[in-house]
Design a protein around this ligand. Structure first.
Ligand code: 5GP
Ligand code: MN
Length: 335
C-alpha cells in the first residue's frame, strides 16, 4: 500500500456508479467484504451493485444487500450494461481476474479504473491496490479502507454484520493462523455499532439441513483416505454424492478442515468432482505452504495454509499425482 489514494478519494467525492465483484463460489469473506462495502458506499449517494460470477450458498441469504445482488450468468445483459456504465470496479477477496470467470471477459475488455482490496498472496497489478497479506480477511481490509476514506466513518449495524461475517469465517472462528490482533480489535469496535454475535452464529452455523450433516458424516466415514507416512489426507466428493445428498452451493465448506484434527496429518485435500473440472481445496498446518503447491501443480493459489486449485484429471489420478509428488520430495529431503 504505497499510494495515499488521493486520486481514488477524488473519484469517490461525487456520486458515481460502482460495480463491486468477488470470486467464484463466494465464501463468507467474499460476501461479507462485498456487502460491507456496498452498504457503506450507498450512504454517499453512489449507485452501487454487487455482481458475483457464480451463485453463493443459501446460508448467506440473510445478509443485508443480498436481495439487490446480481448473479452474473443469470442476468448477463443487464450486468454487462451496468459494468459498462460504471466509473469504478471494486475487486474484493481475490488476486487475479480469472477468479471471476466468466465476468473477467467484460472487465478485461473495458479499460475501467479498478480498485483491488485483497489479502491473497501474489496479486496481479491494478490501478489502486489496498492489499495486505497480513490481514486476517478482506473484511479487515474493508474496515481499514473505510477508515482511510473517512476519519470517523459511520458504520451501520448492517455494515458491521457483513464485516464480522468475513472476519469470523476467514479466521475459522478466530482459531486459524490468519487470526491476528486486528480481528479482535475490529470486532470489539463492531460491538459498539450494534453487532449481535449470537444472531450471526444462528444464521451461519445453526441453519443447516439434515442431509448436509449426513453428507459430512459419510464423507468422514467412507470417503476419507489417510497416508499418515506422508502426513496427508484426502476426501473425495464425487458426482454421486452430489446427487445422493442433494448438495447445494457451500455444502462442502469446512469439510476439508476435519482431517487436520488428526495429529499425524499435516495436509488435507478435498477433491470435488464438478460438471467439467475437478476442484481442489488444500489446507495445511504450520510452515507447510499449500499456496506454492497449488500454484505449481494445480493452476491455483490462495494463502500459505489454505489454497485452492483445479484439474481435469479424475479424483483417483489426482491422489496418485499428489502422492508421487510428495514421495519424490520426501526422497529428495532424505538424500
Ligand atoms: P477454498 O479451498 O476454500 O475454495 O479456497 C481456499 C483459498 O484459496 C481461498 O482464499 C480462495 O480464494 C483461494 N482459491 C481457491 N481456489 C483458487 C484458485 O483456483 N485459484 C486461486 N488463485 N486461488 C484459489
Ligand atoms: Mn478472504
Amino acid at each position: 500500500m504505497n499510494d495515499n489514494f488521493t486520486s481514488l478519494k477524488q473519484l469517490l467525492s461525487g456520486p458515481i456508479q460502482i460495480t463491486i465483484t468477488t470470486h467464484q463460489k463466494p465464501d463468507g469473506d467474499a460476501m461479507g467484504s462485498s456487502l460491507a462495502l456496498y452498504n457503506y458506499l450507498l450512504q454517499f449517494g453512489h449507485r452501487v451493485k454487487v455482481i458475483v460470477p457464480t451463485e453463493f450458498p443459501k446460508y448467506f441469504n440473510w445478509m443485508p444487500g443480498v436481495p439487490e445482488m446480481l448473479i452474473y450468468p443469470e442476468v448477463q445483459n443487464v450486468a454487462d450494461e451496468w459494468i459498462k456504465s460504471s466509473d469504478l470496479i471494486c475487486c474484493l477477496d481475490f488476486n487475479t481476474l480469472s477468479r471471476i470467470h466468466p465476468m473477467d471477459e467484460i472487465i478485461k475488455s473495458l479499460d475501467k479504473p479498478i480498485l483491488l482490496i485483497d489479502h491473497h498472496l501474489q496479486p496481479d497489478t491494478f490501478q489502486w491496490m489496498y492489499h495486505d497479506i497480513a490481514a486476517c480477511s478482506t473484511c479487515e481490509l474493508i474496515y481499514r479502507f473505510i477508515h482511510t476514506l473517512h476519519e470517523e466513518p459511520n458504520i451501520s449495524e448492517q455494515t458491521a454484520q457483513c464485516i464480522y461475517t468475513g472476519i469470523l469465517t476467514d479466521t475459522g472462528n478466530f482459531q486459524n493462523g490468519a487470526t491476528n490482533r486486528n480481528a479482535f480489535l475490529i470486532v470489539g469496535d463492531l460491538l459498539t455499532k450494534g453487532l449481535n454475535i449470537q444472531y450471526i452464529q444462528e444464521q451461519l452455523n445453526q441453519s443447516s439441513t439434515e442431509s448436509r450433516l449426513r453428507f459430512l458424516g459419510n464423507s468422514l466415514l467412507n470417503k476419507m483416505t489417510l497416508r499418515k507416512d506422508l502426513g496427508i489426507a484426502f476426501i473425495v466428493v464425487d458426482k454421486k454424492d452430489a446427487k445422493t445428498y442433494n448438495l447445494q452451493a457451500g455444502d462442502t465448506e469446512g469439510l476439508v478442515n476435519y482431517p487436520l484434527t488428526i495429529q499425524e496429518i499435516q495436509i488435507s485435500v478435498l477433491i470435488k468432482e464438478e460438471r467439467e473440472i475437478t476442484k481442489l481445496s488444500f489446507r495445511s498446518k504450520g510452515d507447510i505452504n499449500v499456496n506454492e503447491f497449488a500454484r505449481a501443480h494445480f493452476e491455483g493459489g490462495g494463502h500459505k495454509n489454505a489454497a485452492g486449485g483445479k484439474s481435469i484429471l479424475p479424483p483417483d489420478w489426482i491422489i496418485k499425482k499428489i502422492i508421487e509428488l510428495l514421495e519424490k520430495e520426501k526422497k529428495k529431503k532424505n538424500g
